[in-house]
Each structure stands twice: as C-alpha cells, then as structure tokens.
Design a protein around this ligand. Sequence first.
Ligand code: FRU
Length: 482
Amino acid sequence: MNVLNRDLKKLVTIIEKNEKARLNNDYWRLKFHLMPPVGWLNDPNGLCEFNGEYHIFYQYSPFDENGGIKLWGHYTTKDFISYKNKSAQIFADQPYDCHGVYSGCTMIYDNKMNIFYTGNVKHIGNHDYISSGRGHNTVLLVSEDGKNFTDKKLIMTNENYPKNMTCHVRDPKVWREDNKFYMVQGARDKEDIGQVILFESNDMINWNVINIIKSEEKFGYMWECPDLFNIEGKNILLVSPQGIQQEGIKYNNIYQSGYYIIEGDYKSNNYKLNDFEELDRGFDFYAPQSFIDSKGRRILIGWMGLPDIDDLYSNPTTDYKWQHALTIPREVKIKDNKLIQNPIQEINNLRKSKKDINIISNINEKAYDTFDMVINLDECDKFESIIKDCAKLNYDKENKLFTLSFINGGYGRSSRSVKLDKLNNLRVLCDTSSLEIFINHGEEVFTTRFYPTKEEMGIKIKGENLKGNITIYEMEAYKIED
Ligand code: FRU
C-alpha cells in the first residue's frame, strides 16, 4: 500500500467535509454544472463511458482555490442528471508525478479502463522549466472496475520524445484504429513552435513516434490538450494553443481553444491543416476534451475557465474557497465544413415549468435563478437582450456582429464578438453564475462566468423588426451524491 496515497485521500475527504457548509452558503455555486467539491478545477480528463456509466475526471486542486498541486477528481453518471462525487481518485504519489497528475485520457479496451496522463515533475535548481528542470512523464494506470486506481506504470519520459522538443510534452489522448493504438501529445519544440506528436503502439506500453502534426505557419509556442478524431469522414484536431496574438475580434482570450480540419493523411507527411477555428467565443472556455459514447455521439466538455488570467478578470467564488467549473456536455457534429455544438439531449430532462412568449419585442420578464431560454427568430434586424441586469447580448444585421458584453457582474470581463450573417436561433443556458449561449443551432457558442446577485433576475429583450417566439424553461438542479 502506498501510504502517501492513503493519507492524501483521507486529507481530501476531510477538507471536502469541513468546507461544505461554507460552500453551500455561496449563491454562485452552480446548479447544473460540475464544480470542484472544494478548491480549484481545470481541464476535463479521461472522459469515457465504461460498463454503462459515464466517467468525468478533471484536474483538481482541493488544497488551494487558486491552483496548486493537481490531482484527478472524478464524477460518474448514468444519465447526466444524477451524479456521484467520487472526490479525488488519482494522486501525485510517485517520484514521476510528484508535482501533479496532469491532463490525460482513458482508453477502454479489453473491458479495462486504461488511463494515460502526464506526470509533472519540477526538479530543484536554477531552471527555466521549459528547456530544463521539468519532467513530463507519460503514465499508464489500469483500472479493472473504474473504482480502484492504484496500478501505475511509467511508460515514457522526456527521453522518449523527439530530440528537438523542450521539456513541455503533455496531455496524452489515445484511440484505437486499424488494430493499433494511437496517441497524440501536445508539445513545444526548441524553436518555440506549438505542435502535436503522434505515437503508435501495439500494446499501449511501447510507443513509437510516427509523425509531427503542425500548421504550415507557426501558430503559437505550445499546443496543449490535443484531441484527434474522425467525424462524418473528416479528421479533426482539437488543440489549445498558447502564444497567439489578438487579431480584432479573434483570439481575444489569453490562450485559445479550437480545431483544425486535417486534409490528407496525418500519419504521413502528406497532410495539411486547414485554418484554425475557435470553438467558443466567450471569456471562459479552455482545454476541451471529447469522447464517443455507446450511442455513437461525439460528446465534448470544456473547462469553463482559463489559466493565468489574474490581471484580466476574476471569479469572486474564491471568497468561498472554490473556483471554476466544467461546461455542459455538448454533442459535436459537422455541418458545412464546420463543427457545431449543442447541449446533449439529456439536458432537456432538467427542464421544469416553462413560459411561452409570442411577441418578443419589449420583453421584461422575471427570470428564474437557472433557466434554458430558446429563441426562434423569423425576422431580426436588431436584437438586444439583457440577462439578470448583467450580461448584454447584441446583434445587428447591418454590421453582422453578435456581441456579448457586461453591464454588471462581469468582474473585469469586457466584450467578445463574432461575425454572423443572420441571427435566427438562440439558446441560452443560464446557471447561477454561468452563461452558455448557442447561436443558430450551435454554429457559434459563447461561454462565460458572470456573477449576478439574487435580486438581479430579469430577462429584457428589445429589437427592430424582431419576430419570433421564446420559450423559457426553469431548470432543475443536478443531483450529486457523495
Ligand atoms: C491545460 C493544462 C494542461 C496540463 C494541465 C495541468 O489547462 O495546462 O496542459 O496538463 O493544464 O493542470
């Protein structure tokens, strides 16, 4: 028995229990989004369906709401409505992961859950932790039942990655194809070019580098959290690049998250990445991961937050010792060469009472604490909606621009926009402190945290030549069992 593992587990349970009362006092605890039981959360990890249950792991720092040592937290669900909080499950308890169990994935094979992650190590000394001083180790952990996670194996160190890489090689994502296993990892090479390393294996233990996937022109210095999958005949590479300059309304966040459609054969040199497209236009979205479920759906979950944002905007939930959340699970499809994202169907099961409104100019409705609002527009020259006296959604047909901005409660968040030829549909999922706005049936998405007070409860809508109808559903809370 690893006693460090045993004692860390005990400690996390104690902290979660001790902080529960304080957290429950926070109005901004979300009702239908997954949050850390206490402390900090970042990337979704290891998403999968195994033995009839969905597993959602995540980067978890229960000891510090501003970050710190990363463990893997764990939720399970059968229906995306009732969840079990399994708390921290994978601990930094080995010399090769002692500074954090970083991001990774699960690969279900032979009725076992094979978990791959990056073991982070920071060596003592005078290092920049980019070209020296950091170990990024690939670790495999096999769980027979999805409940016990003790059997770790170190399968790659920096020595096994191409010689021109810095120490930054992380976030394995594995899939099976043509009787082989493939893995992508995000990387920063010695010329500071962000890219993806493609590996191949027959047994999930011995891996060979078979290619490097990168854009023709440099696009950032580091690509985090790669995910490569085929959807409706197209190969898609999701990545979260760092080091991209803002270009007008594009790339406004500190780091980006988006995708490339890959043309040609990415296992050889005969491939090309099409233009990078942002997945989400809001303030709080990063490091998404996807998986395919037994119904054949490609489901994507993102981190509703960003790293390194201190000076730009904040989350007042740190007063209650927690920060960040995951997005709603989204089903991803492809339409006209573009990824579209919509909430998975199960989210509709949280809908309770509803209000239907047919004439939608000059609306001033009392809103629910948490709601799902669907607006279908037959005509729209100008549209403006103010949600809970805080967030403002704006569309103008003349300049073809959709904008999300804040009047109140944005805690430093300013405005974000996207070009849009027409506005004919909007779906707004509003939780106590988050908004996810799906535009034109998922063509564009804006995800943001915001912090309205209990008193700020209205939905206002006005516009010009605005015709259509609205349904506002009150949303029920998830059930989360410890
Ligand atoms: C992305 C990321 C990953 C890393 C993890 C550490 O947000 O930086 O690259 O594995 O977070 O928490």
